[in-house]
Design a binder for this molecule. Sequence first.
Ligand code: IVH
Length: 510
Amino acid sequence: MNAAEAEKKILSLRETIRRHDRLYYVEAAPVVSDSEYDRLMKALETLEARFPDLATPDSPTQRVGGEPLSDFPSVVHAQPMMSLANTYSREDLMEFDGRLRKLLGDKPFSYVVEPKIDGVAVSVRYEHGHLVQGATRGDGLKGDDITANLKTLRSIPLVLSVPDGDPPPVFEARGEVFMSKAGFIRLNAERVEAGEAPFANARNAAAGSLKQLDSRVVARRPLSVVFYGVGETEGWGAETHIDLLDALAALGLPAPPRRWHVATMEEIFPVLDQLGSERHTFDFDMDGAVVKVNERGLYDALGATAKSPRWAIAYKYQAEQAETAVRAITVQVGRTGVLTPVAELEPVALAGSVVSRATLHNADEIRRLDLRIGDRVFVEKAGDVIPAVVAVNVQARTGSEKPFVMPTVCPICGGAAARREGEVALRCENLQCSAQIKRWIRHFAARGAMDIEGLGDALVEQLVDEGLVRDPADLYALTPEKLLGPQKGDQAQGSLFEADDPAHTPRAAP
Ligand code: IVH
């Protein structure tokens, strides 16, 4: 293949990959399998490696950055990144409406309601359609240049989609980076297993991820973005906020999944109820609704306070909380031996499900909460999903509550538990611990790994307790005979695995 042919092929592969990125990340309607996508990406990488002159910074292959930075450079925002005035009450919304009517006289206007995403505010700058800079809000006037990190998010296009005509010379999109709820649960579980402190919620996890100086770490974090506004623009305009949201989506920038255009404040109240009832269906944490004037031509006349524009207000939903009692604190043993204390709760209804257990992460967390067995506690769903004890109702103490002491031995196998240097967690050091073996086998058989159909918790429990499986290799040595017998008490056949069985020399750490 000569350079001209390679260039043609490279351009076409980039176009195809960008189309698939858009279908997957913006429209949530992928048309190719992951392996087909990987094949396209590999082909592009190979060609760019063979023809390095044809590699460009906006190629889809450039998503994962290079060497870690030592610090983030500062960015002065071309237009300040403001905040929003907050309210928890509907009366305040009526007052907000009254203020606008006074300021605008008889000028007609309408409202748009959209979800308030609980993430990290970012600004992404495109020049002539190419992503040139990504920044955090910082103090509103100056933020951190996190371009390399933002480039790893596949939901942020490296090139704007402008099928006909030229892209605007300058287009800054403003939005919120968030960690998906499922991704947050997975990441926290991995951190606990690695003996690291878990993130308190998905927003902290997103913020912590964007602060990483090594963009290769960021690339592995399940981050996405939603855009809801613009900063500096040149050669672009929109008369209404609805048009702005449509324009964002047309350019390939993910816009909020829901929005309502209403004529009056009175019509907003049922919308707030509706949005509130949908909050659990979004992949991001939603901590409220944002109410914005739709007519952008009125924004200058309305102006801003020192911190926030007068044309918008955030209505925050109260975090759903429930009070219940801690019946006991048990200790779970993870795949790598990490001991995790868990609060066993009096079952209580919370945000759409009944909660009876809440992870306490580690002994430090119990100390921080000053939690005792028998306490009455307040529970919330961290990141809308994982039940967490947020506080103790100290007033409700009767004196019969008992302090919890983290065991120094594994509650399953009795092996010694120790804290490794630099870790907050205690670990069972016995690699033959049946709890660890069970977690190991489950991990091995899980969908993201060997995907062994039917090998769920109950079966793993049975196989390990019966001594039929002690490591993943044993799964492949199972036969119908082994599964059916030996019957209990059948001394003639003995145990399936004798202590000196050469196939069962001590295994390496999982
Ligand atoms: S509009 C000029 N819309 O909430 C300010 N902000 O608490 C324009 N946020 O700073 C902001 N979802 O980081 C807007 N749909 C949304 C939002 C949203 C989340 C964030 C944003 C803002 C903060 C204020």
